[in-house]
Design a protein around this ligand. Structure first.
Ligand code: ADP
Ligand code: ZN
Ligand code: ZN
Length: 818
């Protein structure tokens, strides 16, 4: 009897591939294990076992597998089902889902590049011969392909050896080039054992009576200690006592003080220092908790609509606690950008080492560890908190899925395939595991809220802030008038300047929001109106003052800033519009005494860059934080009295059917950063059109009205959630060919589908990296069979691919595109 195995390869081909195996292998292999297989002439891939059977393939001769890579399945049955759902719903291949889902360390292949590891003190005795040979080779060559490693070791099967070396840190994979940063440390002072009681103060002071400065330092220490229960910084002590470092050092040498270091972002919460049992939910929270339980008992997804600072996290913590005491796992999904050490520390304070974090800025090894711990249901992975890709983990005992900030657009993966929406895929994941799912937001998406209205989801509400702190007062500022009367200072209205001055005088901090990074979007000639364009893309270049460059945000093309206009030669170049960088510069002039920091994509590239900026703001080392979207995301700052939204119009006028919903969400979320404790916060929104209905809905916290209006408009103009949209994107370098192909595709769709087909049309940016783009939109009614529609589209694709001259055209599907 011959045995065969169908495997999934991590490539965008629709079908499974069949290899031959021995009967021994057949009885050992299980679905979800990995095998190394040959592919094409000389490639080796890591593939996933899908099915074992005895049907010889008809059209080709099955090759043998190289090697089995796992002893137990790496991927569970439920995962496979979930991946299949994603592949079919989002119209991509199972192989593409697999490539996205598995950490690349699990997907070694012949082309993978390996580099030497970071560890400097490799002990040569501990190395196996093979490991030694590879390290030796890496001493002479900066990198090796897996194939080359195989040649050096003179054996075919090297993947397990390389993987082991990676786990030991002896080698790294090429893509793992993240920035190495040592977290900032702070020096603290405490009293040595034996001096900690007040009783010992007297004898100590007597002992020090001749060392005036030293006794002063000790007195200051006690003063600090009685005033606050927190840890005491060395800096603080130096300031209060007026003593220099050598004085304190001398005390340390005498064994009276101890100086020690802590990592800054670890300081706030000691791990495991808090107990979930000790959280007392207030009445509003308790009521929401009951509504959640009620939804869950009806097996419904529940939407928690709680205003900013209503205490949603505390409710989550209670729910998580219930799950893990009964032995289950919790998945806590967040948008990448809201996944801050602030929140992680907060959860660690309750659940300590049971919290595992999973996201793309983590190294491959860290990700492999979380994967394995999740699969083994280890104590270290009871609460898995992560960005969208964490929903691909191999949950062994999942009991609850929480999707926080469920309205966030960044839950949708844009590129590459699978172009999935993590919230929706999470709902399906919970269904497959038959467990509960909670979506949380202060500004729910129109989709989710309409699911509530239709009775599909349950609802829990928390309409007030915790501790009855008032929602910030929102004021709309008309800058049209002010601009006309030339009463703006840069981009600051008089009102905003006034409020900022007051806040700074009162020692409060300020957040300024501008939805654009860079200095000014474009540099325009005031004589002829010419603006420099990217030669590869259909966009103007963006001005970056810091590097004195014009840059393309799509392809990275850049040139030095021009002195004169390329079109007419005049030197009347001026910046139009403005970004975060320009605001930062204006602030230096307007508020020279204030410390200003900026948070946007440009300032947060490294692994800890984001944390550094947030840390500095939390410790009040910065007074004003200027930022893009990033400042809107779930940050909990105690001392922010004022939030300024610099220009609401650029949000409202964005050409997209979701622009109004998004503007409402963004502005409400930024506003929510103000006045989270004690005093009522203030928010100023600058706009050329302060009569816009969305601005009034934001100012009045009128979510219901926004929702009702938006839903009505979407019904009128046929947009989601009323219908579904499948966006088909065609790309090619040849403009004419693309046009012809897009017409062919669209008219075929029109012939076959019994539903609305729009386009082909050029998108707002119609050329990227020298490729032209064209879109076709398929609108599918909610009662229309979506599966059939997708199958029809796939059939049209087959005919399309059979046309020789369209071979070069690339086709991309984006289901539920947003
Ligand atoms: P949200 O996530 O809804 O914006 P948070 O969970 O950050 O709100 O809560 C706002 C503040 O109120 C936090 O500082 C939180 O610790 C506090 N808080 C909320 N609920 C409770 C509670 N039941 N007991 C004590 N403090 C609470
Ligand atoms: Zn010009
Ligand atoms: Zn470009």
């Amino acid at each position: 009897m011959d045995f065969y195995v169908d495997v999934v390869l991590p490539i965008p081909l629709e079908r499974f591939f069949t290899y031959s195996i021995t009967s021994g292998e057949a009885s050992f292999l299980k679905r979800g294990m990995r095998v190394a297989v040959p592919f094409g002439k000389s490639k080796i891939y890591t593939a996933l076992v899908f099915e074992i059977h005895q049907n010889q393939p008809k059209v080709y001769e099955a090759k043998e597998i190289h090697q089995i890579l796992d002893e137990v399945p790496l991927v569970t049955e439920i995962q496979l089902k979930h991946w299949q759902w994603i592949a079919s719903y989002y119209m991509c291949t199972l192989g593409e889902v697999m490539r996205s889902a598995l950490p690349s360390a699990f997907l070694l292949e012949s082309e993978t590049l390996i580099l030497p590891g970071n560890s400097e003190d490799i002990v040569e005795e501990g190395l196996s011969d093979n490991e030694f040979l590879i390290l030796e080779a890496l001493r002479h060559q900066s990198s090796l392909k897996i194939q080359e490693a195989a040649a050096i070791l003179d054996r075919k099967h090297v993947l397990p050896i390389v993987q082991k070396m990676m786990e030991k840190g002896l080698v790294r994979l090429k893509e793992e080039l993240y920035e190495l940063y040592r977290p900032k440390m702070e020096k603290y002072v405490r009293l040595a054992k034996g001096y900690q009681d007040e009783e010992n103060l007297e004898p100590l002071l007597t002992e020090l009576s001749r060392a005036k400065k030293q006794s002063q330092a000790v007195l200051s220490f006690f003063q600090l200690q009685s005033g606050q229960k927190k840890l005491i910084k060395l800096k603080q002590l130096e300031e209060l006592s007026g003593s220099s470092r050598p004085v304190i050092k001398a005390l340390a040498d005498k064994g009276i003080f101890e100086i020690y270091e802590l990592q800054i972002d670890r300081v706030h919460f000691e791990s495991n220092s808090l107990k979930a049992e000790d959280i007392v939910l207030n009445r509003m929270q308790a009521k929401a908790f009951e509504s959640i339980a009620e939804s869950f008992s009806q097996h419904k997804v529940c939407l928690l609509h709680g205003v900013t600072s209503s205490g949603k996290t505390e409710v989550y913590i209670k729910l998580i606690q219930n799950v893990i005491t009964s032995g289950g796992q919790v998945l806590y999904l967040l948008p990448e950008i809201a996944l801050t050490s602030q929140l992680i520390n907060r959860l660690k304070a309750y659940f300590g080492n049971q919290v595992a974090v999973y996201h793309s800025k983590y190294s491959l090894n860290e990700r492999v560890e979380v994967w394995n711990n999740t699969l083994r249901a280890s104590e270290k992975a009871k609460v898995i908190i992560g960005a969208r890709s964490s929903l691909f983990l191999p949950f062994a005992s999942l009991r609850l899925v929480i999707v926080d900030e469920e309205h966030e657009a960044s839950f949708k993966q844009f590129d590459p395939a699978p172009r999935y929406h993590a919230r929706d895929a999470a709902v399906v994941l919970a269904q497959l595991h038959k467990v509960n799912c909670l979506l949380g937001s202060a500004t729910p998406s129109v989709e989710s809220y309409s699911n509530v209205k239709h009775g599909k989801y349950g609802l829990a509400e928390m309409p007030r802030r915790y501790g009855d702190v008032l929602m910030p007062e929102i004021e709309l500022v008309d800058i049209k008038e002010a601009t006309r009367k030339k009463r703006m200072k840069g981009h600051f209205s008089e009102r905003l300047m006034e409020e900022m001055t007051t806040s700074l005088d009162e020692g409060e901090q300020i957040i300024l929001f501008q939805n654009r990074r860079g200095f000014a979007p474009i540099v325009e000639c005031t004589t002829c109106g010419h603006a420099s364009q990217c030669p590869n893309c259909d966009v103007s270049l963006t001005y970056h003052q810091h590097r004195n460059q014009l840059r393309c945000h799509y392809c990275g093309y850049h040139i030095p800033v021009l002195k004169s206009c390329q079109a007419c030669g005049s030197n009347t170049l001026d910046t139009k519009g403005f970004g975060t960088e320009q605001l930062q510069e204006e602030l230096l002039r307007l508020f020279p005494d204030a410390n200003v920091a900026r948070m946007d994509l440009d300032t947060t590239r490294g692994k800890y860059a984001y944390e550094k900026i947030i840390g500095a703001f939390e410790h009040h080392e910065t007074d004003i934080l200027v930022g893009t979207q990033m400042v809107t995301k779930g940050l909990d700052f105690r001392n922010v009295g004022l939030v300024g939204i610099m220009n609401a119009d650029s949000l409202l006028n964005f050409p997209d059917y979701r622009a109004h919903e998004r503007s409402f969400q963004l502005m409400t979320q930024v506003a929510g950063r103000a006045g989270r404790t004690k005093k009522r916060g203030k928010v100023l929104i600058q706009s050329y059109n302060p009569y816009h209905q969305i601005l009034h809905q934001v100012a009045n916290y009128d979510y219901e009205k926004m929702f009702a209006e938006q839903l009505y408009e979407r019904e009128q103009f046929k947009y989601p959630p009323h219908i579904r949209i499948i966006k088909i994107i065609l790309k090619d370098r040849d403009y004419n060919k693309l046009n012809e192909a897009a017409d062919w595709f669209a008219s075929s769709l029109r012939n076959v589908l019994k539903t609305t087909v729009l386009g082909p049309e050029y998108p707002v940016v119609s050329r990227i990296r020298n490729e032209y783009l064209k879109h076709v939109l398929v609108k599918v009614g909610k009662n229309h069979p979506i599966v059939q529609t997708k199958n029809s589209i796939k059939r049209i694709e087959k005919s399309f691919n059979a046309i020789a001259q369209y071979k070069s055209i690339r086709l991309v599907y984006n289901v539920d595109h947003i």
